[in-house]
Design a protein around this ligand. Structure first.
Ligand SMILES: [Zn+2]
Length: 293
């Protein structure tokens, strides 16, 4: 199944949902960063949450999530756009932890139970807005839910998951269900029941179900209307050699010259996609020549 994202609403207007599969995007992140299983699960959940959030709060621009917990993974960074692009990294990609008592990847311990989730929403114009919430559990879904509740979004249910095999990511995805003002306590119970009855999100994915059918299962009992076609998702990083050269232009003339003479080149690595960029001696001297100081 190809990665995709879909928005839907119930006919009674009580719930709205955005649902995404992110298997290939998370696998690309795993390979680019050489992520451990635990780190793949953590970054995979965060990438999925970023994509879902971007689709909810934005028409254009990007959402940035930064999980800053006290766990061994260090910080987990993601940015995602409503056009379905996402990228991300963790500080310590090789950290591996034993499975937790439920037999799942211990994302909560890896990110940390104590710390903060910072969310920045950039509409692509005006000042970006930022907010910070304390981590609920470090498990990503609950933390993002806390952010949504805290930022006066409709109350919600956030499910994100990644299932891994030895060879890589087998299934990754999730959904955010938003409860609109007309919802009742029963609405929440019904959805939570559905999730318990039908198994985890990635379980449904591994049975080969389409995005729309997974949504119908999880929102079973509601008449669902899709609001968008299924749109593609991809791991995409906007770094480039041109941007690296631009970044070097903040250096002083003397720094550029000493870099050229002493190191023979400038080397840079993009945190988000692990791509390396090099600028040779001649180009550095050329840049230095364009500077007055
Ligand atoms: Zn990059």
């Amino acid at each position: 199944m190809k990665d995709g994202i879909l928005k839907a609403i119930s006919a009674d207007g009580r719930v709205r949902a955005v649902i995404a599969t992110t298997t290939q995007a998370v696998e690309v992140a795993r390979q680019k960063h050489g992520l451990s299983y635990t780190a793949t699960a953590a970054l995979g959940r965060a990438m999925t949450a970023g994509l879902l959030l971007a689709r909810i709060v934005l028409r254009d621009g990007q959402v940035t999530l930064k999980f800053n917990g006290n766990g061994p993974l260090g910080r987990v960074f993601v940015d995602a756009s409503p056009r379905g692009t996402v990228r991300g990294y963790v500080d310590n990609p090789q950290v591996e932890l034993p499975l937790n008592s439920l037999g799942n990847f211990d994302v909560g311990t890896a990110i940390g139970k104590t710390g903060y989730l910072h969310v920045t929403v950039d509409h692509g114009f005006g000042r970006p807005s930022s907010s910070t919430v304390e981590l609920a559990s470090g498990e990503v879904g609950e933390d993002v839910n806390r952010y949504l509740v805290n930022s006066d979004q409709a109350g919600s249910i956030v499910v994100v998951g990644a299932h891994l095999a030895k060879s890589g990511v087998e299934a990754a995805g999730g959904l955010i269900v938003q409860l609109l003002p007309d919802h009742t306590e029963e609405t929440i119970c019904q959805i939570e029941n559905n999730i318990t009855t039908f198994g985890s999100f990635t379980f449904l994915m591994r049975r080969g179900m389409s995005l729309e059918n997974i949504l119908k299962r999880i929102l079973s009992g509601f008449e669902i209307r899709t609001l968008t076609d299924e749109e593609p998702i991809s791991f995409y990083c906007k770094c480039s050699s041109e941007r690296f050269v631009e970044a070097l232009k903040i250096l002083s003339k003397s720094d550029l010259i000493s870099m050229a003479e002493e190191d023979g080149q400038a080397e840079g690595r993009c945190h988000f996609c692990n791509e390396y960029y090099y600028v040779g001696k001649d180009r550095l001297l050329d840049l230095a020549g364009q500077r007055s100081i």
